[in-house]
Design a protein around this ligand. Structure first.
Ligand code: 9Z3
Length: 311
């Protein structure tokens, strides 16, 4: 792990506030893995949503990374459809699998009361609600979906490490699909003020440390045999492919999905050692989303990777 900065990584974890519900997370995770460990089922950890960086230990203010969670939720649905078991590591409050076609604003408009003892779904939403409930219940009942929420960068990285370590025995049949938007900078817990930062004393100067590059640690130490897809987000399309290519080489992931903020729902570019592939949504089909084609391609690549690992 020499290029990663072993000291930086250990000191990040040693100084992180411990996960409050670690026992509960481990129990759910191990139960899920146990149910999926026979029969050669593939398992993917999909990360989704943005991590927060608290500015106070008793947090009132925080810095956030943009992500609605749409990509992660849609990817999860497609992985389940392709036969995978999915550990969905998501930011609390962001978009959930099977809920993308439900109105969230205002969600209560879905329902109506024909009389005091009855609640009904409004006819305009019946189909969407029925599909969402059925698909979600089936995925959970068949042990194909485990949802684990995070909020802060501290929680996210500790949970990612737990998941990666727990999946070690799956080797090449495991995958990481890292669509979460992860903070590059943070306030170390030990140097963070406990109480709310007070206003009234002029401008606020905050010094942010760099988050150690855990992608290298994931690839090298936590899950070296897993198939690993990372994402690169830029707002300047001129530098996107160059940055994605650099990330591919630096972190030795199997592919980097490059996307530009404003066009991310229309197209992405899958950058890998076998060349760059543009993946678009089918614009002639209104229901089509880019993840339908993206996940098909990634599942194909994963199949090839598994085959090659066995030879
Ligand atoms: C992505 O690039 C995702 O595709 C989006 C999805 C966050 C753009 P939405 O959730 O958007 O559907 O609204 N995720 C990775 C973003 C990121 O932080 N990447 C880091 C980087 O670009 C590398 S880990 O440097």
């Amino acid at each position: 792990m020499s290029s990663v900065g072993e000291d930086e990584v250990s000191s990040f974890f040693e100084s992180s506030p411990p996960l409050k519900n670690m026992e509960d997370i481990l129990e759910k995770l191990n139960g899920f893995i146990e149910l999926n460990s026979s029969g050669g089922r593939r398992i993917v950890c999909v990360t989704s949503g943005g991590t927060t960086v608290p500015l106070e230990q008793r947090c009132v203010r925080y810095i956030d990374n943009f992500s609605s969670g749409n990509r992660g939720a849609a990817s999860t649905e497609n992985f389940v459809k392709a036969g995978y078991a999915v550990v969905f590591l998501y930011r609390s409050g962001t978009c959930q699998p099977y809920c993308r076609s439900l109105p969230d604003d205002p969600f209560l408009e879905c329902f109506q009361f024909p009389d005091k003892t009855n609640i009904q779904v409004h006819s305009s939403h019946v189909e969407a609600v029925k599909m969402a409930v059925m698909d979600q219940q089936a995925a959970v009942a068949e042990a194909r979906l485990l949802k684990l929420p995070f909020t802060t960068i501290y929680e996210y990285l500790q949970m990612l490490r737990l998941i990666a370590t727990a999946l070690k025995d799956f080797g090449p049949c495991s995958m990481f699909h890292l669509a979460a938007a992860v903070s590059d900078f943070y306030v170390p817990w030990n140097s963070m003020t406990e109480h709310k930062i007070q206003s009234g004393s002029g401008p606020l100067d905050i010094s942010l440390a760099q988050v150690p590059k855990m992608l290298s640690v994931l690839r090298t130490n936590w899950a070296p045999k897993a198939f690993c897809i990372s994402f690169k987000l830029e707002t300047d399309s001129k530098i996107l492919i160059e940055k994605a290519t650099k990330a591919l080489l630096k972190y030795q992931v199997h592919a980097v999905v490059a996307n530009e903020l404003s066009t991310r729902k229309e197209e992405v570019v899958v950058v890998s050692s076998s060349g760059n592939v543009v993946v678009r949504r089918d614009s002639d089909k209104p229901e089509s989303i880019v993840e339908d084609n993206l996940i098909r391609l990634i599942v194909d690549r994963h199949s090839t990777y598994i085959k090659e690992s066995h030879t």
